[in-house]
Design a binder for this molecule. Structure first.
Ligand SMILES: CC(C)(COP(=O)(O)OP(=O)(O)OC[C@H]1O[C@@H](n2cnc3c(N)ncnc32)[C@H](O)[C@@H]1OP(=O)(O)O)[C@@H](O)C(=O)NCCC(=O)NCCS
Length: 199
């Protein structure tokens, strides 16, 4: 039987409210795995997703199988995002006001390889353009390729991102701390930025 078609919606403001709990659970499920290894807390994740509903320029691209959210990607003007992200750009001599920041893309594993990731980029770039922002950026966790926790069948997303026109923004990184599954305390992680100038 052919898989059911995936449906996409670009959600903003109050349109996000009914989906906050599902989107919070999606982040927890996907980021628990390599390469993020993040032990998410549902109350925190709901507040985090609610910040996108409150954000003036924010949008969340949700991917649905029927009425169930199975993936999501977020974006907002960098001027509206976490200070630690903005500060890493300012420190590198870049102007955060020029950028749309893509916070995350998460898709449940059974739905991968069907074009949702491509659609997430297409819709977020369209949203950036609608805000008059000509540059887009995101960051990804830096991991030791020899880390024994890396699954043998893991394919890095670098090739996927390059194909979408993204390049590493050399030397620009930020740091976030989080607790991994089963870890007693938070550890600091480096996340490296990628960027693209929209045509
Ligand atoms: C990032 C992520 C959302 C990508 O999702 P995805 O839906 O598997 O990505 P896509 O299917 O769009 O693209 C993957 C490849 O499949 C191809 N593809 C397969 N079927 C396709 C279809 N029907 N239509 C279009 N493309 C298709 C794409 O072209 C792409 O190949 P390419 O890179 O050679 O162009 C997903 O891998 C994920 O959730 N990863 C874990 C979390 C993570 O690391 N997120 C990123 C940092 S926050």
């Amino acid at each position: 039987m052919a898989p059911s078609p995936l449906r996409f919606e670009t959600l903003r403001g109050d349109g996000l409210q009914p989906w906050l709990a599902q989107l919070a659970r999606l982040r927890i499920a996907v980021f628990r795995d390599w390469p993020y290894l993040y032990e998410g807390d549902e109350a925190y994740e709901r507040r985090y997703m609610a910040s996108y509903a409150a954000g003036q320029g924010a949008a969340v691209i949700a991917c649905f199988d029927g009425d169930t959210a199975v993936g999501a990607a977020t974006c907002e003007p960098m001027a509206e995002t976490h200070a630690s992200v903005r500060d890493s750009f300012t420190a590198a001599g870049l102007d955060p006001a020029e950028y749309c920041y893509f916070g995350e893309s998460v898709l449940l594993a059974p739905y991968r390889g069907r074009g949702a990731g491509v659609e997430f980029f297409r819709r977020r770039e369209a949203h950036a353009a609608s805000l008059g922002l000509a540059r887009t950026t995101f960051c990804a966790v830096a991991r030791d390729p020899a880390d024994p926790r890396k699954p043998a069948d893991y394919t890095p997303l670098d090739g996927f991102w390059r194909k979408r026109g993204y390049e590493p923004l050399d030397g620009v990184s930020c740091r976030f701390s989080w607790k991994g599954p089963g870890e007693a305390a938070e550890q600091e992680h480096r996340l490296d930025f990628w960027h693209k100038a929209l045509a």
